[in-house]
Design a protein around this ligand. Structure first.
Ligand code: SF4
Length: 461
């Protein structure tokens, strides 16, 4: 895909608004307290006989130091013993959720995120995995996609091979940027050497896929400085790269107030950085998967993009078709049937809830038929960059153009701007439109409230 297009200042102004990243639809902003432990238990009850595979997500919230840009749910501490009472509750939750799910359903996907999962000791990883194995049925090794986020600044040499032994086959390394000025501005000092050491160790241990995460839009970044970071990463040609757009929301994320807003690249520079990245990585041999993801042509994500089986979920893009997702740990999000569930937000509330009932549901969302339709359309735009009209019409028994009359009228302006095309068979996102995928998806989002979204969602550019 060549995205060489001249986004003039009027166009940047027009599309530089605030909107979701659509790792779910509706987004977590719509979650409400009507979804409780009882609703979740009912959903698990009805899904128990399903043969749909499962995904498990574990949230390990601890980090040794604060990166100023970070909006994740985390607890900053150097005291490793804080993980002990947390894991005790996690083991209880595993036991409880495992019993509710039953042994019939098979776990194909598993992800450890945070925070910093490698805050845990090797011994803690072993015990945690014993608990998972005892309470869930894991898929045969060749069907598994087990992944973990690694902070190269906070991992022991012994941990990489141990995680491989435990069954992890994908690893993603947090980098963000190698430029010294940027690292200082965001309070994340990380050398190329320590990053490459972990990456080499992951390859030596036989991980199927090694991924590197970067962020564009951070303070002091320029097109030239970010290109240098890409050049460094390209020396190792990781299987996947995630290039996330920095979400500056200081009203919502306190630590971002520490950043000097004057140092942030303006929307035109930010878009130029991303456009350079898309073209540069494609020239280097990567396939642009969509939004913020790139993969080598031999990687499963690239193959899934090619054969139309790509999925979008809370971890970004995935190759696994519609699984139910069980979230474990504070703030974790799950999805069973057409219902989202999210755990308690604070450590204290999570501990109390687990002690009381073994579950910690704080809120969630049950999708209506209209939600499901819009979710499918947004998923198709995000993953295949096109919507087949007949697929939606026949699945939901609607006349697409009647049902989405307002949306299709709103899309006309994007057609004029050469971001999308449509006819009676399909809606298609152009190469230029792929840089503004969120804006295209927002047309079909029934919950966008222009006046309020500035404090809720990040900028789409
Ligand atoms: S970016 Fe990662 S390591 Fe830094 S504070 Fe956030 S979760 Fe912790």
């Amino acid at each position: 895909m060549n995205t060489m297009i001249n986004f003039d200042s009027a166009m940047i102004k027009k599309y530089d608004c605030h909107g979701p990243r659509y790792t779910s639809y509706p987004t977590a902003v719509e979650f409400n307290a009507e979804v409780s432990n009882d609703v979740y238990i009912d959903e698990l009850d009805t899904s128990r006989q399903s043969s749909k595979p499962l995904s498990l997500y574990f949230h390990i919230p601890f980090c040794q130091s604060l990166c100023f840009y970070c909006a994740c749910a985390k607890i900053i501490t150097k005291k490793h013993e804080r993980s002990i009472p947390y894991l005790e509750r996690v083991y209880k939750e595993i036991q409880h959720q495992g019993a509710l799910v039953g042994s019939r359903r098979v776990v194909e996907q598993l992800h450890f995120g945070g925070g910093t999962p490698t805050f845990l000791s090797d011994e803690q990883f072993k015990v945690l995995f014993d608990n998972i194995r005892e309470n869930f049925t894991l898929a045969p090794v060749e069907q598994r996609e087990f992944s973990i986020e690694i902070d190269p600044r906070a991992v022991r040499a012994s941990t990489i091979p141990l995680l491989r032994e435990l069954g992890f086959n994908r690893i993603s390394l947090g980098v963000q940027d190698f430029d010294a000025k940027v690292q200082k501005a965001v309070n994340r000092i990380q050398s190329v050497e320590q990053t490459f050491d972990v990456l080499d160790a992951a390859r030596a241990a036989g991980y199927k896929s090694v991924s590197v995460d970067l962020i564009y839009g951070l303070p002091c970044q320029t097109v030239a400085s970010f290109k240098k970071t890409l050049d460094i990463v390209l020396q190792k040609m990781p299987d996947r790269m995630s290039i996330y757009s920095y979400a500056h929301m200081p009203d919502k994320v306190r630590s971002q107030r520490t950043l000097n807003a004057d140092d942030l690249p303006d929307p035109a520079t930010k878009l130029a950085i991303f456009e350079m990245t898309v073209n540069y990585l494609q020239k280097a041999g990567y396939v642009y998967i969509g939004m913020d993801h790139f993969a080598l042509p031999t990687d499963e994500l690239a193959l899934a993009k090619q054969n139309g089986t790509l999925q979008r979920n809370f971890q970004g893009y995935s190759t696994h078709a519609d699984t139910d997702l069980i979230g474990i740990g504070m703030t974790s999000i799950g999805k069973v049937n057409d219902c989202f569930i999210q755990n308690q937000h604070t450590e204290e509330a999570y501990f109390d809830a687990i002690e009381d009932t073994g579950l910690a549901v704080r809120r969630g969302y049950k999708l209506s038929k209209d939600d499901c339709m819009r979710r499918d359309i947004i998923q198709a735009l995000m993953c295949q960059n096109k919507v087949i009209i007949a697929d939606v019409s026949s699945k939901y028994q609607i006349n697409f153009f009647d049902y989405f009359e307002k949306e299709m009228t709103n899309l006309l302006s994007m057609v004029e701007d050469k971001l999308v095309t449509f006819n009676d068979k399909e809606i298609k996102v152009t190469n230029a439109g792929q840089l503004l995928l969120r804006n295209v998806a927002m047309i079909f989002d029934a919950y966008i409230k222009p006046k309020n979204d500035k404090v809720i969602f990040s900028s789409t550019i």
